[in-house]
Design a protein around this ligand. Structure first.
Ligand SMILES: [Zn+2]
Length: 390
């Protein structure tokens, strides 16, 4: 049988490291086999998908997402991940980190075991149905601050304990790639160094830390910040706290939920000015209600009310119902930044921070043809998964 060949052309392409004018991308059997510029090569024969006036980029990579389409990743079943993955692919997401919330230890271990198996062996249905799939795990909790826990259950929060982490890391078969940690907890810096040495990226957040406490955790290896501004000690000009350090440490990556609800547009601009095109990361923090009508939904083990684009527990924001394509449009609208910068924030930077460059956030020969077509305003015009228009 001849290979299934698809050809994509557009005005420009961001491949994860450079902009290519008049790109011609050829995919065969779901993989990219060639990337060229129209200036050098003529468009070859094959099934042509032309996107004049538009930009091609890598599919999005969400490093902080709890669920979508009525399901939570902690269900850790093929059915749940398939429903989530089909929805995400339709919104331009090619890969994600399945993100846990604070739960009883045995429930967390069960979820981690289930997720590890599903990451290890991607079910055939995920491929035939063009679902995006997790490539790692983000452990958000239980090592968080009581003062800034958000909706994480207070009785289940823990101080950093290496033996508990080891149990989780083992259950996850080493698939934990990102861990949110409050720097003010006792032993946080040593814990950060231990996790970093295991290949886990540490992200500071859910925290009331002082500037000094935060710096100590960064010195121990932390590389990012979790949903900047949200569940973080507010900025004070005498004690800059975690936020002051996050915004002024040039090497540190920083996540943001760009839904216009979690962070006001003015503060999105401040974050953008501070972190710039190589360190800013857009995430959704989306929960199971994403892509569903208003009502009551689960986030990990607790119930959340969703109405009018807000997910809350007793009035406290509990994750979002944001999608990354919407985050891109908001980012372009709020900052006026060019759309290719947005593509860095949604793919290239999260992949660089988590060490997944080559597996997500870039377009290269030999990789799955997971692409997005966007316009100058950041609107997702066409998601492409494994060379197929979704
Ligand atoms: Zn959170």
């Amino acid at each position: 049988m001849a290979p299934m060949r698809a050809i994509f052309t557009a005005d420009r392409l961001w491949d994860g490291s450079q902009l290519i004018e008049l790109p011609i991308v050829i995919a065969e059997d779901g993989l990219v086999v060639s990337i060229a510029s129209g200036k050098e090569a003529a468009v070859p024969k094959g099934q042509l998908h032309a996107f004049p006036g538009l930009t091609l980029g890598p599919a999005f990579f969400d490093i902080h997402i709890h669920g979508s389409a009525g399901h939570d990743v902690m269900e850790a079943t093929p059915e749940a991940l398939l429903a989530i993955g089909k929805f995400l692919a339709s919104r331009g997401v090619g890969a994600y980190l399945a993100t846990t919330v604070t739960a009883p230890l045995d429930a967390t271990l069960r979820s981690l075991e289930g997720l590890a198996k599903l990451i290890e062996k991607v079910p055939e249905k995920a491929q035939t149905q063009n679902a995006s799939w997790p490539i790692g795990i983000h452990l958000e909790g239980p090592f968080l601050s009581h003062a800034k826990r958000g909706v994480h259950p207070p009785d289940l929060l823990l101080t950093p304990q290496i033996d508990t982490f080891d149990k989780m890391f083992e259950a996850a078969e080493g698939r934990i790639r990102l861990l949110t940690l409050a720097p003010e907890l006792p032993g946080a810096a040593e814990f950060a160094a231990y996790a970093t040495q295991k290949g886990v990226r540490v992200s500071v957040g859910h925290s009331n830390a002082t500037a000094a406490e935060t710096r100590a955790t960064l010195a121990a290896g932390a590389t990012s910040a979790t949903h900047t501004f949200n569940a973080m000690r507010a900025l004070d000009h005498r004690e800059p706290g975690i936020l002051g350090v996050v915004l002024t440490t040039d090497s540190l990556f920083a996540e943001l939920i760009c839904d216009g609800i979690h962070t006001a547009p003015e503060l999105v601009r401040l974050w953008w000015k501070a972190k710039g095109p190589e360190r800013a990361i857009l995430i959704t923090d989306a929960m199971s209600a994403t892509g569903m009508p208003d009502g009551e939904y689960m986030l990990g083990g607790f119930a959340v009310q969703v109405a009018g684009g807000k997910a809350t527990v007793n009035g406290v924001l509990a994750g979002s119902v944001l999608t990354l394509d919407r985050a891109l449009r908001n980012f372009v609208e709020f900052t006026g930044a060019p759309v290719e910068n947005g593509l860095r924030l949604l793919g290239t930077n999260p992949a660089a921070m988590t060490g997944f460059t080559g597996k997500a956030g870039s377009i290269a020969v030999g990789q799955p043809a997971n692409l997005v077509v966007v316009d100058a305003a950041g609107k997702l015009v066409q998601p492409i998964h494994s060379g197929v228009l979704i």
